[in-house]
Design a protein around this ligand. Structure first.
Ligand code: NAD
Length: 328
């Protein structure tokens, strides 16, 4: 263990709690990179989507609904559409003006629900304030809700059934599992309780038998809890929220945050929610930003699309066999 780690433990009064199976690095932490895992998943998807096209005669479509212009979302959407192209999926960007009414937006989603070429639908958040979020989420067909935001899929997750998972939350957990980090029995702390990231990540970590605590914007003294973590997942959208003095030596950190900040040279750059510089000598392993959870999220989302497309194609074929029309 480096002197820096011991010094931090003394300064914060923290109890050392390294995660089992993770070597404490002597020259910087182990970086849990998502990109190589994502590349592996994409390679498998390319084969799977080619086989799908061979069997069913078409490439499935992912519809991405974007309401209004939003710079950080636009970057994210371009990444998804590029990933679609790489694996043989058709990406369809549905751009809608920010002055759209909730009814008109739901009608557009209904149209995509009824389009047999569209296997999956994601609606880019945040939506303009005048549009009730729940009305829009409820209008997505749960069978095409590949990012697991519909109440049906959220309910399936909380009961431990096999619905569509929110891809970012799944990526946060997958990066741990695929890096060989044991979760069962660990003190796991999740910062953030949103329906798309923090809450589902906590449920998935509980499913992996972690002992999970959830922190949020009203939690008093975050450090009191984060210092107890053996695994810390941070999804708050606050750059630099978690600093080195809030961590115990050997903790494994998954930084889900993606924040655009101005660098010293004035150029924009992406950072996470964890202050990497002060954390790097204390943690045993950490996901980088960018290059950690983000790339894995997109790859996992497309595995959900594969599953949705197959379910829909098989169910249409079964219905055709018994003579039921597609629109019946
Ligand atoms: P959100 O704004 O919906 O939720 C943020 C959560 O953090 C809330 O539950 C809030 O209670 C909590 N929080 C905010 N400030 C806090 C504080 N000071 N202390 C403790 N908790 C606090 O955001 P989200 O959609 O859950 O996204 C979280 C982060 O993850 C963002 O940075 C977002 O850009 C990023 N994100 C990454 C990916 C990816 O693929 N890596 C995908 C989606 C979102």
């Amino acid at each position: 263990m480096s002197g820096g780690r011991e010094a931090t433990a003394t300064a914060t009064g923290a109890t050392p709690g390294p995660a089992d199976g993770v070597a404490t690095a002597t020259e910087g932490p182990r970086l849990l990179a998502g990109s190589p895992i994502a590349a592996q998943i994409r390679a498998g998807l390319t084969t799977d989507f080619a086989a799908f096209k061979e069997r069913w005669g078409y490439a499935p479509t992912l519809a991405v609904v974007m309401v209004g212009a939003n710079a950080p979302s636009a970057v994210y959407l371009q990444q998804i559409l590029r990933t679609c192209e790489k694996v043989g999926v058709k990406g369809r960007l549905v751009e809608i003006g920010s002055d759209v009414t909730a009814d008109a937006l739901c009608n557009e989603i209904e149209r995509l629900n009824g389009d047999p070429a569209v296997a999956g639908i994601i609606v880019q958040m945040p939506l303009p304030a005048h549009i009730p979020l729940h009305t829009v989420i409820d209008s997505i067909d749960p069978a095409k809700d590949i990012d697991g935001i519909h109440p049906r899929n959220a309910g399936l997750l909380s009961l431990g059934y096999d619905g569509f998972l929110p891809a970012t939350a799944q990526a946060a957990v997958e990066i741990l599992k695929r890096s060989g980090i044991e979760i069962a029995g660990k003190r796991v702390v999740v910062v953030g309780r949103s329906n798309v990231v923090g809450k589902p990540a906590a449920l998935l970590l509980l499913r992996e038998h972690g002992t999970v605590s959830i922190l949020h914007s009203k939690t008093r003294d975050l450090g009191q809890y984060t210092r107890d973590a053996e695994i810390l997942v941070v999804a708050a959208g606050r750059p630099g929220l978690v600093t080195g003095e809030m961590l115990s030596p050997g903790v494994v950190v998954v930084d889900v945050g993606i924040n655009v900040v101005a660098g010293v040279d004035g150029a924009e750059r992406l950072v996470g929610d964890v202050d990497f510089e002060s954390a790097k000598d204390i943690v045993s392993a950490i996901t980088p930003v960018p290059g950690g959870v983000g790339p894995l999220t997109n790859a996992l989302l497309l595995t959900h699309l594969m599953r949705a497309a197959t379910n829909q194609a098989e169910s249409r074929a079964a219905r055709a066999k018994v003579g039921v029309g597609h629109d019946a």
